[in-house]
Design a protein around this ligand. Structure first.
Ligand code: ATP
Ligand code: MG
Length: 379
């Protein structure tokens, strides 16, 4: 179906790095974009990274214009307050759908979804107060992780319980919900990323193996060293979840692989940090695929542009020009997210400030570069 581009406009909630990368992908497709940033109540268009940003409205005007002027809306994070998402969902213009963001943004609902679909996870129990916490520790044993049900990211909101002393010291805030989860001693952590369009077509990216440090993604290596049957099972689980939510857009499923078994960890109802490699490493980035899905354009069947791709996050610091000058030309692709310092001064050590993608047919070369870049891109 031919689109009338004059009437088409994608509204993106959130203008962090994911929002901007979605906007860049839309621009590549010739689709106009407006951004609404809930934390500052600013409506803008154009790219802050390229210096073309134009502020269109602020305060109540910004929301009024944004919420009435786009043909479709999407979001960069499951932490966008539901007050913003619900009116857009009521207009039938929000994708991925509200139910997906509501449930994947709440660990108890998310784990229940895995359970309903018979997708294996670490053992878990909901925790709402001290007695349910003690009962959960008794049922699951140690080690275990106490995770807040909402607002967790990059390992924030998690308490690792390794001993009775940790259990005694655990903080359960009244009125707050948690999940207590058994620890999986995994050999490999990985994420499977896929897209679904409104007609039910699905496309999946090659799986990436992920290395986390202190709960924060450090590197992704594609393709993951996994048996074919595990890759198929992971895609099968993600496919079931996409169908379950009648999902439109890109979704990521984070998993553990341990002793021949696969365990689902969590879902992201959006483009995912472990898929940034797809910009240079595949024929269609996860950002473009997401915009395609939500605007009714055909999905692209995904191919790698080289046999291996790696990605390193720049955490807390960006590599200086002098260091970058030594990186192999044409193989390393560097992104600076142009993040300003926090109100109290600088950047905390784990803050994601940029990333580097490495593309090569030689897997050892990608691995060696990742090892080197990890040193260059960290405080
Ligand atoms: P994200 O930034 O991906 O949203 P998050 O803070 O929401 O992360 P998780 O993905 O649940 O939280 O946990 C962060 C990391 O902690 C995981 O990637 C994994 O390395 C480790 N982890 C979490 N749960 C478990 C578990 N049950 N067993 C072993 N390791 C775990
Ligand atoms: Mg995670």
């Amino acid at each position: 179906m031919q689109k009338n581009l004059k009437e088409e406009r994608v509204g993106i909630l959130g203008k962090g790095q994911l929002g901007i990368m979605l906007g860049q992908a839309a621009a590549k497709l010739g689709v106009p974009v407006w951004f609404y940033e809930p934390s500052t109540q600013v409506l803008s268009e154009g790219d802050t990274w390229q210096g073309t940003e134009k502020i269109l409205a602020t305060g109540k005007d910004a929301w009024d214009r944004f919420s009435t002027s786009c043909s479709v809306y999407t979001y960069e994070s499951e932490h966008v307050p539901h007050d913003f998402l619900l009116p857009l969902s009521a207009q039938h213009k929000l994708n991925p759908p509200f139910k997906a963001v509501q449930e994947t943004g709440h660990r108890i609902l998310e784990k229940q979804c895995f359970k309903d679909l018979r997708i294996p996870t670490a053992p878990w129990k909901p925790v709402t107060d001290q007695p349910s916490f003690i009962a959960a520790v008794t049922a699951i044993g140690l080690p275990a992780i106490l995770k807040t049900a909402t607002q967790g990211y990059d390992g924030k909101g998690q308490q690792w319980l390794r001993s009775q002393a940790d259990v005694d010291a655990a903080k359960i805030e009244s009125g707050r919900e948690y999940v207590l989860e058994g620890v999986i001693h995994f050999e490999l952590e990985f994420s499977v990323i896929g897209a679904r369009d409104a007609k039910g077509n699905e496309e999946f990216y090659p799986i990436g193996e992920n290395l986390h440090e202190k709960g924060i993604l450090r590197t992704t290596l594609v393709p993951a060293s996994l048996p074919d049957k595990v890759t198929e099972a992971a895609r099968g689980f993600l496919s079931e979840i996409l169908q379950h939510y009648n999902y439109v857009g890109v979704m990521a499923l984070e998993c553990f692989y341990s002793n021949g078994n696969l365990y689902a960890n969590e879902l992201a109802p959006r483009v995912h940090n472990s898929g940034h490699w797809s910009i240079e490493g595949s024929n269609c980035s996860q950002f473009e695929q997401h915009i395609r899905a939500i605007t009714g354009r055909p999905l692209v069947a995904i191919d790698l542009v080289s046999q291996n791709v790696g990605m390193v996050n720049c955490l807390g610091v960006l590599p200086p020009d002098t260091v970058r000058a030594d990186w192999p030309k044409g193989l390393c692709f560097y992104y600076d997210y142009h993040k300003g310092p926090r109100p109290n001064g600088g950047h905390e050590p784990g803050r994601k400030l940029g990333h580097v993608t490495v593309v090569s047919d030689d897997r050892d070369m990608v691995k060696n570069e990742l090892a080197r870049l990890r040193i260059d891109c960290k405080t």
